[in-house]
Design a binder for this molecule. Structure first.
Ligand code: 6PG
Length: 463
């Protein structure tokens, strides 16, 4: 195990992962500009901590080869600290970026530092404050193998399920890439749960009854960390009022889901469930475009189509929720698969499922089921067992989405997931007309069914 580690960044995540590290027996030497902050947290470390208010002082007090963990906001703050360290560290030292950095920035940081023979490790950390303190899921991206001592420490602080929830991926940006996709799936899972909650509210379930619905999913092997915390959120009261009912219906984000979508565009991979989840957050802040023309306003109760209460029930919603979650997971895995192919990384799904089996925000019983499928499948994404998870729930999802549309209830992710599945599982699609239109106005050519050749057709000449 490493005897000591340098740490820059004593925010919520930084402090908690440092406590986790110290608890495993590695001495933490931290930089922070505020002596007051250093003093305020020192005693929590039971003697396994010292703080420095000057960066150079920290560097001088670390044994070589130095290992320095950055737990600071991604983007410019991380970039600026790495640039400073690049001029202070020596060959063989190691910088570990544990923030939510964009994978391309991590590739850039890795290249800058490699030119100075300083090792860069991009480390995706998932699990929030609780995870950082007691066991996050850790996604490591590095150009070279880590030292045995560092592997031992990072494995020791990771979540156990019961295996170490840590993955090691080739490439400076690969750890942050996997974490980014994790966040895209997280957005979709959060929105799907919210859509189920929304439908049950329309079906006049109380918050307690909705919490009970989510709790019942555990018995069906369909629960997850996000589903469990949703039950707790639904039960929380503020006096006689449910706290959830006091919160404005606007969702913010720090952009990690957006980066997943932008990357899916770059890689040419369809991820409509993840896009719809991000867009739902954007739309929630769009404000009132038109007056409430499609659902109940203050004085009129929405007259629900008679089918609604027959279709919107716990059994159907559990199936629809699972369908959407599988769809979002498959889309996320396709993004990872394409990135792995393009970079010749041979990332395998079992490593991903193992990595996310504990500690992370999207940990779930579904991942255990997917791991079992992957163990026996020739090609996981093409396996019938995986396909059945979608096909078997299709008719219910069509009923739920149709009934919701008939009642003017928007289900961004579930409806996108249904459309995505109907399209990829259909033997036909109408894109021949798109190609013809492009050729008509831009001579972009078409391929006829019986040929690989691209040809232009003179559409204005009608024989
Ligand atoms: C995790 C979370 C975390 C995420 C924040 C904010 O894996 O611990 O995904 O890293 O960045 O929860 O996420 P938003 O993008 O929703 O602001």
């Amino acid at each position: 195990m490493l005897s000591e580690i340098g740490l820059i960044g004593l925010g919520v995540m930084g402090k908690n992962i440092a406590l986790n590290i110290a608890e495993k027996g590695t001495f933490v030497k931290a930089f922070n500009g505020s002596q007051e902050k250093i003093d305020a947290i020192s005693e929590e470390f039971s003697g396994m901590f010292s703080g420095f208010t000057e960066l150079e002082e920290l560097i001088d007090n670390l044994e070589r080869p130095r290992n320095i963990l950055l737990m600071i906001p991604s983007g410019q703050p991380t970039h600026s600290v790495i640039n400073q360290l690049a001029n202070l560290l020596d060959e063989g030292d190691v910088i570990i970026d544990g923030g939510n950095s964009f994978y391309q920035e991590s590739e850039n940081h890795g290249n800058i530092l490699s030119s100075k023979s300083i090792e860069f490790i991009g480390m995706g950390v998932s699990g929030g404050e609780e995870g950082a303190r007691h066991g996050p899921a850790i996604m490591i991206g590095s150009a070279n193998n880590l030292s045995d001592e560092l592997v031992e420490l990072l494995s020791a602080i990771s979540a156990k399920a019961p295996n170490d929830c840590i993955g090691f991926y080739k490439g400076h940006g690969s750890g942050h890439f996997i974490k980014m996709v994790h966040n895209g799936i997280e957005y979709a899972e959060m929105q799907l749960i919210t859509e189920a909650y929304y439908l049950l509210k329309y079906a006049e379930y109380s918050n307690i009854e909705i919490a009970e619905f989510f709790e019942s999913l555990k018995g069906m092997n369909q629960s997850s960390y996000l589903i469990e915390i949703t039950s707790e959120i639904l039960r929380k009261k503020d006096g006689e009022v449910f706290t959830l009912d006091l919160i404005k219906p606007f969702a913010n984000n720090k952009g990690t889901g957006k980066l997943t979508i932008e990357t899916s565009f770059e890689l040419g991979i369809s991820a409509p469930s993840i896009y719809a989840a991000y867009d739902a957050r954007v739309q929630s802040n769009a404000g009132d475009t038109w007056k409430k023309a499609t659902n109940e306003s203050e004085d009129t109760k929405l007259e629900l189509d008679h089918s609604f209460n027959k279709i919107i029930n716990e059994s159907n919603l559990s199936k629809a929720l699972y369908f959407g979650r599988v769809a979002a997971m498959v889309q996320g895995l396709k993004i990872i698969h394409k990135y792995s192919e393009v970079n010749s990384l041979s990332i395998n799904y079992s490593d991903i499922f193992n990595n996310w089996s504990g500690g992370c925000i999207i940990r779930s019983q579904m991942l255990d089921e997917l791991l079992e499928i992957d163990k026996t499948a020739e090609d996981f994404l093409k396996s019938e067992s995986l396909h059945n998870l979608l096909k078997d729930n299709l008719s219910v999802v069509k009923d739920v989405v149709s009934s919701s549309m008939l009642n003017n209830i928007s289900l961004p992710v579930l409806s996108s997931s249904l459309n995505w599945y109907l399209n990829i599982s259909s033997s036909s699609n109408p894109s021949n007309l798109i190609q013809a239109q492009r050729d008509y106005f831009g001579s972009h050519t078409v391929q006829l069914l019986d040929s690989e050749e691209y040809i232009h057709i003179d559409w204005r000449e009608n024989e």
